[in-house]
Design a protein around this ligand. Sequence first.
Ligand code: FAD
Length: 458
Amino acid sequence: MISKTVLAQFKTIVGKDNYWDSPADLTLYSFDSSVEKPALPEVVVRPETTEQVAQICKLCNDNDIPLITRGAGTNLAGGTIPVTGGCVLLMTRMNKILEINVADMYAVVQAGVITADFASAVQEKGLFYPPDPGSQKMSTIGGNVAENAGGLRGLKYGVTKDYVMGVRFCDMAGNVVLGGGKTVKLCTGFNLTGLMCQSEGTLGVMTEFVLKLVPPPKASKAMLVSFQSIMDAGKTVSGIITNHVLPCTLELMDNFTIQTVEEATGAGLPTDAAALLLIEVDGHPAQVEDDYQTVLKVCMANNGAVKVANTAEEKEQLWEGRRKALSSLARQRPTLVLEDATVPRTKIPDMLQALEDIKTRYNVMIGTFGHAGDGNLHPTILCDKRDAEEMARVHQAVDAIFAAALELDGTCSGEHGIGIAKAKYMVNEVGEGTINYMKQIKTGVDAKNLLNPTKMGL
Ligand SMILES: Cc1cc2nc3c(=O)[nH]c(=O)nc-3n(C[C@H](O)[C@H](O)[C@H](O)COP(=O)(O)OP(=O)(O)OC[C@H]3O[C@@H](n4cnc5c(N)ncnc54)[C@H](O)[C@@H]3O)c2cc1C
């Protein structure tokens, strides 16, 4: 229990309009976008400056209060659930883009900036910020860095960590720490920027970033390719990569997902196809044409029927269909368990086969879509969490999905992070020695284990 005196100190730091402790308000921060069990915090605060964040960290440390940093709460792994109570620190008020430096191609942003708002602001200045998680209209840059979020353009352009040049964060003693900076090259001390990427709120509260920007591509070509066999689609993905073409986007949808998207959006997808690939190549116009010809050859060799998007509207319609995959699947059953098991991309056909087997073995409904070019599939299990017997089968199916991914030299998380949902799978992937090393780092910077406790099994 946090004492009334300490609660009053929280209120003094952020002001009464950015402080909440009523049961109704606390309930709003007891869950996130995962299906993990909710848990109530004791207080929620919304700071405006790095100095306020530092004061909150120190107050929590001095009074043994768990501190859970929260951006938009769109994570899918239970990463913001206050499992052991404590203080939820909301970053949404720190939402300013402080600088877009066109000449040096970087931007300085606060952690609570919404990803899509930032990408649009950069585009207006003639530059490009590629990371584009499907949640970009809601998620924050801080949440993206803390989860190392990926997106549709990961194959060619990389993921969030590839764009973080610098970070400012607060430790539990209330110190403000700087990692990286504004130069392209930087070798001063430990790579704290790298350490904070993917740290899921367990090592500090990040308040500001320096983000890399790149020139936008001069041309692009998008196409929809339908297949009568999902294995042919899988072979096409590895065929494109082994022919040394890196599309900016290479997305897959299985038949079940195609049907649900079509039912929900009427986007004109071919519902009789066993699988679809949505492919976009970009770059210099000559390179785009060359890459397109190679992609076309590989698709045809694997019995794919190619339809090129000829206008901006057609292209937008194609991507809109893909962006709606998750919400369309969500309409089918009350509960949705979205996984992000990832394998080396040449092993996509094996992973697709494993998913088919798991579907039958555990009698579960799975829709599969995802960033196939990255080897990052999103098998999505549709179920009803009120049905205990069904959920037992779902949990077995999830275990089997991760076992299959690890068997194929993959990982239990390509982009959604570990949180509480996947903590139990980590040891199988990295081993006890690695887990112990991570625990030593954690203890070194947060001796009382107050920063987002229980996440990643820490
Ligand atoms: C519809 C939908 C589509 C999605 N599509 C994708 C996708 O394509 N790719 C992808 O990678 N993910 C995707 N996600 C997952 C999710 O959006 C990402 O993980 C995103 O990065 C989370 O951002 P957030 O602001 O919501 O963070 P939150 O959910 O609030 O927090 C996530 C984690 O980051 C920590 N954190 C947040 N801010 C900070 C900070 N300032 N300092 C320190 N720690 C912090 C939290 O403690 C927590 O551990 C999707 C989710 C949904 C609901």
